[in-house]
Design a protein around this ligand. Structure first.
Ligand code: PHE
Ligand code: ZN
Length: 881
């Protein structure tokens, strides 16, 4: 494992490689502890490079077994091999030559889950970002595109299935119970997109006819017996393929597309060319085991990885600084897909909630970085909400600025120009500029400047002159000292809402560039004057969350109430309501009110009830409106000196208050929405379930009893209702006998199904209160938990640290010490997972002073330990800096 602190890699130091690899042959002889790899590389010296230039190939934890150049064993004095590099000198003068490298790997000992490893006896690989160098020495960088041919040999008994990228061109039996298969991928690709899977798995098959009439075989591989749970993933895949043709004109390019679900995986899934590898929780679903949220995630991630075939694979990244080129764009595409498959407003609201919950705190804390970072020591630590989610928002803003048509033209030009390239953000932006004639120079700062811009607004209405003035200052508080903060191009979608719930029109406007419903802010300050405004309007700003910014001050309570009721834009109504409720909870925390008093104002409660009762709205929208901001959201809005206990107490009081206020209505909703047909995962049915379940939550809060939840748990015929009821039981009455019984029966039913038991772990880990830490400790000894599996770790320890504000932030600091000890233990095996777990502490400086000191001390103690991984050290140092 890499424990030394790595060098700083800088964007400005990029230079093309001296050598290229035109073709890559890989020969695997698979063995559980001693797999042999022979790489045959057709290397070419780039034009203009001196013939004596040494060839430096990257490795990670490798040992060289043999090296040949053009068929000759290469003398020791002409090369140097270390675990992380192979330097070859005195290469032939000819511009092209063949290098053969042999390495031997122990996939069973590979606990980092990078490179070649085993997951429940299946051989599989993970190469992004720099895992390929754990398989063989290579020019392991995304701008080296090579045509791969892969031959695998294995014992038929161990691995009847042999898969790699592209098309299977040969297979057959060998002596002694062995067999082989050869796969060829005609599309040149960087090494991070290489994949291999060998094992004994079940398969679900289907096919897809592309827009030009080609037949594509679709295969999803899962553990034997789980085939029936892959049906939804297959359906989502076919819908993704069709959608990408219809909406972006992108057709699939190979004759086969495969997905393999594995149970040990560091991330969600991986877009390897033609052979996506998935964390099994994002493939497997049925009514009994998966929630509506699971189904939605599966749909989104299947789409995401499939969409990468064009945005990531056909056009890849020049270097890892350009990660958002593929990730931001692909997240944008999967968001649009889900919006089209489900409800657009509901999807947008969920995206914004997630962005604010994950990306805003990242951008406001010690781990802040630009959407395109300029330096890193460990690239694994840059698969972040900023690169992915804010990266997607930046693409969305380009569409807002250009309009749907010009945006599509720009994207078409990008595909046309750069197909087969390793491209940059500059290439991407240029395609939009050239297609639209627009200048995106100032806009490009969104890729360069970290931090969330703040819009400071003030307005004034002059009835006599019929003039409405809106003043907007943009302030970018640099989260990182010395970071640039020049004014940005911020598209603000808006409307001026009049009494009659319509957007007012104006006769003229000055002070900013306005196209249709978008104000283009470009200056530090704009004074925008609208003429011919016949009545005092309420400005509805940032509709659809048109830019990832904050607005200050938000409108006063009356204006927010007005917007929540009257804004013609449905998203904006939710936004107004959410702002209103959040502010009232926040104010109650600030005055430290007694928790028996009302937290929410009468009017806010009334607006909430109107929406809860409005059959004109989709149930999913009503459920979102009724969901109070989470305790972490409230804490984020408060900003600093946070006492999670107080936030929790006020939050509970608000739930009780609202429950009591709407008890009759909630009872009517709960009973009225009872299912009258078999479970279906479609968005509409899911919406009804979410409204019904939130009604149930309020009833339990109002009545301070859990009988109804216990009944719902027993009656549930699907995991959505069941997990929701179990959550209520465990969070409202953790020691009640009914809760213990329910937890027990859940375990009995699902003990052999790890991804379902993850819910059991997570529900218990997020039960509020100081004693949960003891529960979590005990759960680490349960068979349902394993220190080796990333999903188990995230469900128990990750959920505790990020989803249990009172339990984790115990005033005595035990929560922090527990997390840091767990991290040290995990780090010895899996640095990617340990480093990511530590990001749970990124907002430690916002806590009240006692907890702040406890958190600092726990991290400082962790930093004292020897042999921490490079990944973890990087996060630790930045968090403490
Ligand atoms: N590229 C993957 C995705 O976003 C994420 C990933 C990164 C997976 C690194 C594994 C390792 O689709
Ligand atoms: Zn991705």
């Amino acid at each position: 494992m890499r424990t030394e602190t790595g060098p700083v890699i800088r964007l400005e130091d990029y230079r093309p490689s001296d050598y290229l690899i035109d073709t890559t042959g890989l020969h695997f002889t698979l063995h559980p502890t001693a797999s042999k790899v022979r790489a045959v590389l057709a290397v070419r010296r780039r034009e203009g490079v001196a013939s004596g230039a040494p060839l430096v190939l990257s490795g990670d934890d490798l040992a060289l077994d043999a090296l040949r150049v053009d068929g000759e064993a290469w003398p020791d004095e002409h090369h140097t091999a270390t675990p992380d590099a192979l330097t070859i000198r005195n290469l032939p003068d000819a511009r092209t030559f063949v290098i053969e490298i042999e390495t031997i790997l122990d996939p069973s000992a590979n606990k980092q889950l990078m490179g070649l490893y085993r997951s429940s006896d299946t051989y599989c690989t993970q190469c992004e970002a720099e895992g390929f160098r754990r398989i063989t020495y290579y020019l392991d960088r995304p701008d080296i595109l090579s045509v791969f041919t892969v031959r695998m040999e294995a014992r038929v008994e161990d691995a009847p299935l042999l898969l790699s990228n592209g098309n299977r061109i040969e297979s057959g039996l060998l002596d002694n119970g062995w067999h082989y298969a050869v796969w060829h991928d005609p599309f040149p690709k960087p090494s991070y997109l290489f994949a291999l899977v060998a094992g004994n798995l079940g398969v679900v098959k289907d096919s897809f006819t592309t827009m030009s009439g080609r037949q594509v075989a679709l295969e999803i591989y899962v553990e034997h017996g789980k085939e029936p749970r892959a049906g939804y993933a297959m359906d989502a895949l076919k819908r993704s393929m069709r959608w990408d043709e219809e909406v972006f004109g992108r057709e699939y390019d190979l004759d086969i597309f495969m997905i393999v679900a594995v149970s040990d995986f560091n991330m969600g899934a991986m877009e390897n060319k033609g052979l996506n590898i998935f964390n099994d929780k994002y493939v497997l679903a049925d009514a009994r085991t998966a929630t509506d949220a699971d189904y939605a995630n599966i749909e989104a991630i299947i789409a995401h990885e499939y969409f990468h075939n064009w945005t990531g694979n056909r056009i890849t990244c020049r270097d890892w600084f350009q990660l958002c080129l593929k990730e931001g764009l692909t997240v944008f595409r999967d968001h649009e897909f889900s919006a089209d498959q489900r409800s657009r407003t509901v999807k947008r609201i969920s995206e914004v909630k997630l962005l604010k919950a994950h990306q805003f705190p990242e951008d406001a804390g010690p781990l802040a970085h630009p959407v395109r970072p300029r330096r890193y020591t460990e690239i694994n630590n840059f698969y972040t909400a900023t690169v992915y989610e804010k990266g997607s928002e930046v693409v969305r803003m380009i569409r807002t600025i250009l309009g749907v048509e010009q945006f599509r033209k720009g994207l078409d030009l990008y595909f046309e120009r750069h197909d087969g390239d390793a491209a940059t953000i500059e290439d991407f932006l240029r395609a939009f500029e050239d297609a639209s004639g627009m200048d995106l120079g100032q806009f490009s700062l969104w890729y360069e400047q970290p931090g969330t811009p703040n819009l400071i607004v003030a307005s004034e209405y002059d009835a006599q002159a019929q003039r409405f003035t809106l003043r907007v200052d943009q302030k970018l508080k640099p989260p990182v000292e010395g970071a640039p903060h020049a004014p940005m191009h911020i598209p603000v979608k808006f409307g001026l809402v009049g009494e009659a719930s319509v957007d007012l029109t104006w006769s003229a406007v000055s002070g900013a560039d306005i196209s249709e419903d978008v104000i283009h802010l470009r200056e530090p300050r704009h004074e925008i004057v609208f003429y011919g405004i016949a009545e005092r309007p309420v400005a509805s700003l940032l509709r659809g969350f048109s830019a990832p910014v904050t607005v200050f001050p938000e409108p006063d309570d009356d204006a927010l109430t007005f917007l929540a009721r009257n804004d013609p834009d449905e998203y904006a109504r939710w936004q107004a309501l959410a702002s209103l409720v959040t502010r009232q909870i926040k104010n109650a925390v600030a005055i430290g009110m007694p928790v028996s008093g009302p937290v929410l104002g009468r009017t806010a409660c009334e607006v909430l009830m109107e929406i809860a009762d409005a059959d004109g709205y989709e149930p999913a929208y009503r459920a979102l409106c009724l969901t109070l901001p989470g305790e972490n959201d409230v804490a984020r809005e408060i900003g600093d000196d946070i006492d999670p206990e107080v936030v929790h107490a006020i939050h509970r009081a608000a739930s009780r208050q609202l429950g009591a206020h709407g008890e009759t209505l909630f009872a009517r909703l709960y009973h009225g929405l009872a299912p009258n047909s078999a479970y279906s995962p479609d968005a509409e049915s899911a919406g009804r379930r979410s409204l019904r379940n939130i009604a149930l939550s309020y009833l339990c809060h109002a009545r301070a009893e859990i009988d109804l939840a216990a009944e719902a748990f027993a009656a549930a015929d699907n995991m959505t209702d069941r997990a929701h009821a179990l959550g209520l039981l465990a969070h409202l009455a953790p020691t009640n006998q009914a809760t213990l019984d329910a937890l027990d029966s859940f375990r009995t039913e699902f003990r052999d199904d790890p991804i379902v038991m993850d819910k059991w772990l997570m529900i218990q880990a997020t039960a509020p209160g100081a004693t949960t830490l003891e529960t979590v400790r005990k759960l680490t000894a349960e068979p349902a938990f394993s220190w080796d599996n990333p999903n188990r770790i995230r469900s128990l320890i990750g959920a505790f640290a990020t989803g249990n504000p009172t339990g984790f932030n115990r005033a005595d600091g035990e929560g922090y010490r527990f997390l840091c000890e767990a991290i040290a233990r995990i780090d010895a095996n899996n640095p990617q997972v340990s480093a990511r777990l530590l990001t749970a502490m990124r907002s430690w400086r916002n806590l009240e002073s006692g907890r702040r000191e406890q958190a600092r001390a726990a991290m400082a103690a962790l930093a004292e330990r020897k042999n921490l991984s490079r990944d973890l050290k990087d996060i630790l140092e930045r968090t403490l800096a």
